[in-house]
Design a protein. Structure first.
Length: 364
C-alpha cells in the first residue's frame, strides 16, 4: 500500500511503526481520513499500519495514507479480541476505534511505546481528552490528535481520484442498502425515485453490497431498469470500480451508510437520508453538493433511534419520495460539479431539473 508523500521513508529494517486501530466498516474508515492524513504528516518516517477488516484492503490503499493493512475484525462494532502483530512492539498505537478498556487493553497488550486514546476511568494509565457523545465522527478523532499536539483538520475528507474509468459516467447512483434495517429506506420508495430519474432521461445505476442482490434487483425491476443496471449483490463491487463509479456520477442517493461517505471523500453530489442518528454526527460536510434529509422528532437528541435496529426508523419513514426527487432536482440544476478534482460538465438545464421535480408521479 503506497502513499503519495514525497518524503516518505521507504519500508525497511529499523523503520519506526505506528499502529492505528479502526476495525470497522467502509464508512468508518472514510470518516477517519482527516485523522489519518494528520498522522501521515506528523509521522513521515513511520510505517503506518491500519488494523481493519481485510475486505477494506483496497479502500485503505486508495486513501494513500497508510502503508499496509493488518487484518482485524469483530462482530458488529465490537473490538477485536486479538491483533496478529509481529515483530517488535509498535512505537506508537492510536485508538481510533472506541473509548474504553476493550480497545485500550487490546493495544496495551502489544506494549507500544506510546498510546494515543481517549481517557477512560477503566484504563487510568492512558491520558487523553474527555469523550463526547454528541460530536461528529470526523471531528472526534481530529480532536483526539489535536489534544496530543498533532494538528488535524476534519475538513480534509478527500481521497485521491481513482485511476480506472467509471463503468457508467454521468449516472445517478441509487444505493438502497445499509448494514442495519433501521437505516434502510423502503425499497418501494427507492424504486419510485429511480424510476422517475430514468423517465427523465438519466442513466440510473443501482448498487448493492454483498448479500443485497435481491434488494437491488427489486429496485431496478420496479423502476423499469434493465438487469445490467445493478452492480454488486453477490459480493461487494471491487473498490476501484465502485470508487470510479461514484467519482464519475452525477449524484448518489443513499442512506446513512458507507457509500454516502465515499461520495463525500470523492467530492460527488449526494442526497443522504437519515433516521435513527442525527446528521450532525455522521452527515456530509455543509456543502452545496450535498442534500441531507432528516425529520427529527423534536427532542434534539443526536441518537433518537437505534442505528442498528431491525426495522426502519420512524424518522426515516417520514421522508417522502417527493422530497428525495426534489433534492435530486436541486443538484441537477448545478451546471458543473467538481468530482474528484476534475471539472465535469453537466449539460442539463435548469428547466430539465425542474421538470424532474414536477414530473413525480409516485406518492411518498
Amino acid at each position: 500500500m503506497n502513499a503519495p508523500a514525497r518524503h516518505r521513508t521507504p519500508p525497511g529494517p529499523g523503520r519506526p511503526r505506528a499502529l492505528v486501530l479502526r476495525a470497522l466498516g467502509l464508512g468508518d474508515l472514510l470518516t477517519v481520513v482527516p485523522a489519518l492524513r494528520a498522522l501521515r504528516r506528523h509521522l513521515p518516517r513511520h510505517e503506518i499500519v491500519l488494523a481493519a477488516p481485510e475486505r477494506l484492503t483496497e479502500a485503505a490503499a486508495a486513501t494513500g495514507l497508510v502503508d499496509r493493512l493488518l487484518p482485524a475484525s469483530a462482530a458488529g462494532r465490537a473490538v477485536p479480541t486479538d491483533l496478529a502483530w509481529t515483530g517488535p512492539p509498535p512505537d506508537l498505537a492510536v485508538d481510533l476505534h472506541g473509548n474504553g478498556p476493550p480497545s485500550h487493553l487490546l493495544l496495551q497488550r502489544l506494549r507500544p511505546g506510546r498510546i494515543l486514546a481517549y481517557a477512560h476511568p477503566g484504563t487510568p494509565g492512558i491520558p487523553g481528552p474527555r469523550w463526547r457523545e454528541d460530536e461528529h465522527e470526523r471531528e472526534r478523532w481530529c480532536r483526539l490528535l489535536d489534544w496530543y499536539g498533532i494538528a488535524a483538520d476534519p475538513a480534509e475528507v478527500q481521497i485521491p481520484a481513482p485511476s480506472v474509468p467509471s463503468p457508467a459516467p454521468g449516472a445517478v447512483i441509487v444505493h438502497p442498502g445499509a448494514d442495519a434495517a433501521a437505516r434502510c429506506w423502503p425499497k418501494e420508495r427507492f424504486a419510485a425515485v429511480a424510476g422517475e430519474v430514468r423517465r427523465r432521461g438519466h442513466e440510473v445505476v443501482v448498487t448493492a453490497g454483498a448479500g443485497e442482490g435481491s434488494l437491488a434487483r427489486f429496485v431496478a425491476a420496479e423502476a423499469g431498469l434493465p438487469p445490467a443496471a445493478v452492480l454488486g449483490g453477490a459480493q461487494d463491487v471491487p473498490f476501484d470500480r465502485l470508487a470510479a463509479l461514484v467519482a464519475g456520477a452525477r449524484c448518489v442517493v443513499v442512506g446513512d451508510t458507507g457509500l454516502a461517505h465515499l461520495a463525500t471523500a470523492l467530492g460527488t453530489a449526494s442526497v443522504v437520508l437519515f433516521g435513527p442518528v442525527a446528521p450532525r454526527l455522521w452527515g456530509p460536510p455543509v456543502d452545496a453538493r450535498h442534500r441531507v434529509l432528516w425529520h427529527p422528532a423534536g427532542d434534539g437528541s443526536a441518537h433518537p433511534g437505534d442505528a442498528h435496529g431491525r426495522v426502519p426508523d420512524e424518522r426515516l419513514l417520514t421522508i417522502t419520495v417527493g422530497e428525495v426527487v426534489s433534492a435530486i432536482g436541486e443538484l441537477l440544476k448545478r451546471p458543473q460539479a467538481t468530482i474528484a478534482g476534475t471539472q465535469c460538465a453537466h449539460p442539463e438545464t435548469d428547466t430539465e431539473a425542474a421538470a424532474l421535480t414536477r414530473g413525480l408521479r409516485t406518492p411518498g
